[in-house]
Design a protein. Structure first.
Lengths: 270, 308
């Protein structure tokens, strides 16, 4: 495959972020909350490679802990949305009828809200905190998966294996988990990769607006702190933004790569 | 044709009602007493009761719902912070947001269409490679990073443009560029895909076989057909622009509805939050409806397929 080196670079970037998030207390050179007011807004140096913020806190340490928030929110939102979306989409597609009609109208309704607007409003009424951000983003996140899975189920249920399974007396639970899940894994995985990128971006946006996490540092809150010192300490804006950008572009490209791979596999099969 | 238009229009109203219902229930999601949350724990009991009555929270849920819609339609929903009808507060800000969103859209179209079309015409060339990198960057660079980077370059380092506020065309350039660049990444990707699809069509071969010059084949036949889906994407991206404006307006202190929404959230002015979310969603729904109807008018295949 021509794109193989790129996939290794992507996996390396994602792996580094995951490693930093998991081992944050061991890897961060300083406590993320340790202040040194005399050194406030200092630029990058040997002892503080990414500089210090207004209160003299080490930016690198805060970013290492910020990676935890980004990845925790990204993965949790995708897992919850995927589980709920898969169940709703599969049941809707398999059973059809009025249930399917009602579910599709609810999905259309939720899709009528633009972008992260509903998440902003929900986060505003629920108050700041990681749990609330995950809840607000998952409440809308399942919609895309449900629509995708339902569409795929409608295609799969016309195929011979589906009919055979039914003729052999397989129950719906068995059909969904034994037959549909493996057949839908590819497209769902692609969507999940884009979904993680989207959730990371949405969490950072909410934190940037002051509606995400407050006590724990996150990339978005670091950026919103940094933007006040753009003239005197641009490193406070550049580094957290670069981290979000790298994470988002890596998951987006990973999604593209999986989609390309599946297309090639399908061509070979057919 | 008429039946498709009617169906699409009839579906618009239940969705609008559903969106309003979701927004109505926002206030009931607030953990604890929403009135105390808005006024603070130190509020006097008279103030608390007044606001509870003003928001109809002292009534049963079904009556609250009826009065919510009655207030909304009669323009009687009052902002707690501004102490005047929410629509009076929102409309001047909406104009500023539309100015920003339309400028961003213009920038995105001017950048993305030529890039997308040229990269499809020169598929797998260096230009195509660079154009694809540009579109990937556009999609992946977050607004809240792009904005400060542009300020850093054009306002702080070069001193060419003002940092924030709204006072003439110079103030519009950076926020519009921030929003427009993000949209142009997606739009150039879609333009390229749409043009590539059209370039493989049989009718282009027929046009060439008739002896038409290549420029005429591209401009008269390919481009015209490729533009239909591109225009739909432009329309649908309007919603992304409106929600993206929340962040861009916050960065550049642009006095639009997005910044108003965030300020309303922090001043706990929930009627104004509800109204802002409703107005933004309503604009999005109207644009989507118009795009759908225009698409059906422009492309007979869609019309016939949907009528089936």
């Amino acid at each position: 495959m021509k794109r193989k080196p790129i996939i290794y670079i992507l996996l390396l970037i994602i792996g580094l972020f995951v490693f930093a998030a998991v081992f944050a207390p061991l890897l961060s050179p300083y406590s993320p909350d340790a202040q040194n007011l005399c050194a406030g807004l200092s630029g990058p140096s040997v002892s503080h490679p990414l500089g210090q913020d207004k209160l003299g806190r080490d930016v690198l340490s805060r970013m290492i802990f910020g990676a935890r928030v980004s990845l925790l929110v990204g993965l949790s939102v995708v897992l919850i949305s995927l589980f709920a979306g898969f169940l709703i989409g599969a049941i809707s597609g398999v059973f059809g009828g009025i249930l399917d009609q009602v579910m599709m109208r609810i999905i259309d309704l939720l899709m009528a809200f633009p972008g992260i607007l509903l998440a902003i409003a929900l986060a505003a009424v629920l108050g700041p905190g990681i749990g609330n951000v995950i809840f607000a983003l998952s409440l809308l996140g399942w919609v895309g998966y449900a629509r995708l899975v339902r569409g795929q189920v409608l295609v799969e249920r016309e195929k011979a294996y589906f009919e055979s399974a039914r003729a052999l007396g397989a129950g719906w639970v068995r059909i969904i988990f034994r037959h549909l899940v493996p057949n839908l894994a590819g497209p769902v995985l692609v969507q999940a990769s884009f979904g993680i990128a989207g959730a990371i971006l949405a969490e950072a946006s909410l934190s940037f607006l002051g509606l995400g996490t407050q006590k724990i540092p996150s990339f978005g809150s670091l950026l919103s702190h940094g933007i006040n010192f753009l003239r005197t300490a641009p490193h406070l804006t550049i580094f957290p933004g670069l981290a979000v950008f790298l994470l988002v572009i890596s998951f987006n490209l990973l999604g593209d790569f999986i989609a390309d791979y599946l297309r090639v596999e399908n061509k070979i099969k057919s | 044709m008429r039946s498709y238009f009617l169906k699409r229009l009839l579906w618009f109203f239940p969705v609008l009602l559903g969106v309003s219902l979701v927004v109505f229930f926002f206030i009931h999601l607030i953990p604890g007493d929403p009135v105390l949350m808005m006024l603070g724990e130190s509020a006097q009991s008279g103030q608390v009761e007044n606001l509870r009555h003003q928001l109809h929270l002292d009534l049963p849920l079904h009556r609250q719902l009826i009065l919510f819609f009655a207030d909304l339609l009669q323009g009687k929903m009052i902002s707690i912070f501004y102490q005047k009808p929410v629509l009076e507060v929102i409309f001047p800000k909406l104009a500023a947001t539309l100015e920003l969103a339309l400028s961003a859209m213009l920038i995105a179209i001017l950048i993305a269409l030529p890039i997308g079309i040229l990269s499809a015409l020169r598929k797998n060339s260096w230009f195509d490679f660079l154009a694809r990198i540009f579109s990937l960057l556009g999609v992946s660079v977050p607004n809240f990073w792009m904005g400060p980077l542009l300020i850093l370059l054009f306002s702080i380092r070069l001193g060419w443009l003002p940092v924030s506020g709204k006072d003439g065309i110079l103030h519009l350039i950076l926020p519009a560029l921030t929003l427009g660049l993000a949209m142009s990444g997606f739009l150039s990707r879609m333009s390229r895909a749409s043009m590539l699809e059209v370039l493989g069509a049989k009718y282009l071969e027929s046009a060439r076989a008739k002896g038409l010059k290549e420029a005429a084949v591209i401009l008269k036949h390919a481009l015209r057909n490729a533009l239909i889906p591109i225009l739909t994407v432009i329309g649908l991206q309007f919603g992304a622009l409106l929600s993206g404006a929340v962040i861009t307006e916050t960065i550049f202190a642009w006095p639009g509805i997005g910044r108003l929404l965030i300020n309303a959230i922090f001043s706990r002015d929930f009627p104004l939050v509800q109204a802002c979310v409703l107005i933004i969603s309503f604009s999005y729904l109207v644009v989507n409806l118009l795009v759908d109807l225009c698409y059906a008018l422009a492309d007979a295949r869609v019309r016939l397929w949907r009528e089936k």
